[in-house]
Design a binder for this molecule. Structure first.
Ligand SMILES: NC(=O)C1=CN([C@@H]2O[C@H](COP(=O)(O)OP(=O)(O)OC[C@H]3O[C@@H](n4cnc5c(N)ncnc54)[C@H](O)[C@@H]3O)[C@@H](O)[C@H]2O)C=CC1
Ligand SMILES: CC(=O)[C@](C)(O)C(=O)O
Ligand SMILES: [Mg+2]
Ligand SMILES: [Mg+2]
Length: 351
């Protein structure tokens, strides 16, 4: 492990150079890796591992025809490398439980009997294990229970891998039956193409992940964008102006500078006028949102967010109501303005 200083705090992390993919192949040479669920993370992790030379099979419920067909399109062959869930889980020595978190609770009674002594049960989220009172996912004592959680969408896990870079992942060991849980975990983290791996626990992974996605990464992001756009529009600014000043300039310019070299670098490359105002106003935004973030963390920790997820996303018609909410977002003036702006980008051929 490499000891790295993160802003003055020293952490042990695993780098690809010290755990190369050849070493991962050696550690996992006798394993059959069964990916259960071919939704978003399933395909990304399966295809990266397959490309890296690991022995991968897919377990997917055939009645979810879209996902079953996607696995076939991606080169998995029914009866050879693509099976119904229970069949794949029985064949696998590493069972990567990558159905949705709600489905993990629903199909656990079918999956559990398929685990053999010494298998590794792998998660990409601390959800089912941490909130076991709500999920009922309590693994038998004679298996390893491990986690590698990529800190990005499955879409990026795959596209970054193909582009030659990776998404960082956290890893954790909940139960080490075989004495090999750690080397299996690290090897799997490397096998799926992680950038670097940092240690966590199942609980810390799920608390931080649920906070991040409800907060800055998704919920807060959409919320502050909507608020600023509304204020600009109510004060007579055109959709073009409001969208450019809220989203387009962020995604096309300023956030890219943050990505390249940090927040102060982005500030340094903006006008003195912008810098002065932003340096002053960031304190007001931080203080205004702090209570909301505290509420959010509490709601995560208490299990209220988990209850909400399980209650809503388990229902059979959830996809319909989800689509209705996403359609409402897409059809709002803000995001319709965005669609128009994207069409006008020079690379789309407009003059
Ligand atoms: N989506 C992402 O990019 C990320 C997901 N994760 C975690 O990875 C895990 C998998 O998440 P996603 O890939 O988003 O899942 P998803 O929501 O895309 O998974 C859908 C899969 O679950 C199956 N499924 C759903 N209901 C089922 C049922 N009743 N019976 C059998 N199969 C059923 C579907 O057929 C499909 O294969 C979760 O623990 C999630 O929190 C972690 C990081 C990012
Ligand atoms: C992509 C990711 O890591 C998220 C936002 O936490 C998720 O999809 O659950
Ligand atoms: Mg996440
Ligand atoms: Mg998440």
């Amino acid at each position: 492990m490499a000891k790295i200083s993160f802003g003055g705090v020293s952490e042990n992390v695993v780098l690809r150079e010290e755990f190369p993919v050849e070493k991962a192949r050696e550690v996992l040479k006798d394993e059959i890796i069964a990916i259960i669920g071919y939704g978003v993370q399933g395909p990304a992790q399966a295809l990266n591992m397959k490309d890296n030379g690991f022995n991968v099979i897919i377990g997917q419920a055939p009645e979810f025809k879209e996902d079953w067909d996607k696995a076939i399109r991606d080169g998995f062959v029914p009866g050879e490398t693509l099976f119904p869930v229970e069949e794949a889980a029985k064949k696998g020595t590493i069972i990567q439980y990558l159905v949705s978190d709600a489905a993990q609770r629903i199909i656990w009674p079918q999956l559990e009997p398929c685990l053999n002594e010494g298998d590794a049960l792998y998660f990409s989220h601390g959800f089912s294990i941490t909130y076991k009172e709500q999920t009922g996912v309590i693994p038998p004592k004679n298996v390893d229970v491990i986690l590698v959680a990529p800190k990005g969408s499955g879409a990026s896990v795959r596209t970054n891998f193909l582009a030659g870079n990776g998404i960082n992942s956290s890893y954790a060991i909940f139960q080490d039956f075989t004495g090999r849980a750690e080397e299996r975990t690290l090897a799997l983290g490397i096998a799926i193409g992680s950038g670097y791996l940092f240690p966590t626990t199942f609980e810390n992974e799920v608390f931080s992940d649920l906070t991040g996605e409800r907060g800055v990464l998704m919920g807060a992001l959409a919320g502050i964008i909507e608020a600023q756009y509304k204020v600009l529009r109510e004060n007579g600014h055109s959709p073009s102006e409001a969208f450019n000043e809220t989203v387009e300039e962020l995604t096309q310019s300023l956030i890219r500078l943050v990505d390249q070299n940090g927040m102060d670098w982005m500030y340094a490359n903006c006008s003195a006028t912008a810098q002065r105002g932003a340096l002053d106003w960031r304190h007001k935004f931080r203080e205004a949102t702090l209570p909301v973030f505290n509420d959010l963390y509490e709601s995560v920790k208490s299990g209220a967010e988990t209850k909400r997820v399980l209650d809503s996303t388990s229902s059979v018609d959830y996809k319909t109501s989800l689509n209705a909410e996403l359609t409402e977002m897409r059809e709002s003036e803000l995001w319709q303005a965005g669609a128009a702006v994207r069409q006008l980008r020079p690379e789309r051929g407009s003059k």
